[in-house]
Design a protein around this ligand. Structure first.
Ligand code: COA
Length: 165
């Protein structure tokens, strides 16, 4: 059987049923349909699908607040992990934003070592935490930033950098 190549493209409202299926497989406390609709309605954001043929294998939701890009959500279907799909989504995002001065940030559960390793590969660096950010289990969020400075091992344009103890 010949497999379709992975295709990274913009998410549309027509993808919502498949997004919800992957979201429920990926997270203990999944986003609601309304949260995805809200993010997709923001014209300034970048929301990407990783498609193989007509099947959605993963997605990334990124919103712009002022000059900062917030990665709000990224998930890959559990049956298709460690195959470079999240990598392709992050590269697709950086390519589409296409701005060497762009600053990116995100929050991630401190126990999510896989996601943290993925972000570190793309020069996101830990810069503080939000205590008990996740209401389902009271876990802290680690705040990560990727900026022109973190790309060269510096911190001068990272807001309030603090050790993520
Ligand atoms: N453990 C350790 N490292 C991991 C990892 C894991 N579970 N998942 C990814 N990585 C790191 C590795 O360095 C990996 O490279 P390698 O496979 O060559 O070792 C690299 O990231 C790239 O991984 P990739 O295959 O592109 O990631 P993925 O498509 O499997 O997706 C997630 C990664 C985190 C999006 C996926 O595991 C997922 O959907 N998790 C549940 C949802 C979630 O936690 N999202 C992040 C919320 S902030």
């Amino acid at each position: 059987m010949i497999h379709d190549a992975l295709n990274i493209r913009r998410l549309t409202y027509a993808d919502l049923p498949q997004i919800i299926t992957v979201e429920r497989r990926a997270f203990p406390t999944p986003w609601s349909l309304a949260m995805f609709v809200l993010e997709l309605s923001k014209t300034s954001g970048v929301c990407l699908a990783a498609m193989r043929g007509e099947t959605l294998l993963g997605y990334l939701i990124c919103s712009r607040y002022d000059t900062v890009w917030h990665i709000m959500n990224i998930a890959v279907d559990p049956a298709h992990r460690r195959a470079g799909i999240a990598t392709a989504l992050i590269e697709g995002l950086i390519e589409r934003i296409d701005d060497a001065a762009a600053r990116y940030t995100l929050e991630v559960r401190e126990s999510n070592v896989g996601a943290i390793a993925l972000y570190e590969r793309y020069d996101f660096r830990k810069a503080g935490r939000r205590r008990r950010y996740y209401q389902d289990n009271g876990e802290d969020a680690v705040i990560m930033w990727r900026t022109p400075s973190t790309l060269v091992g510096r911190w001068d344009d990272v807001p309030n950098p603090a050790p993520a103890r």
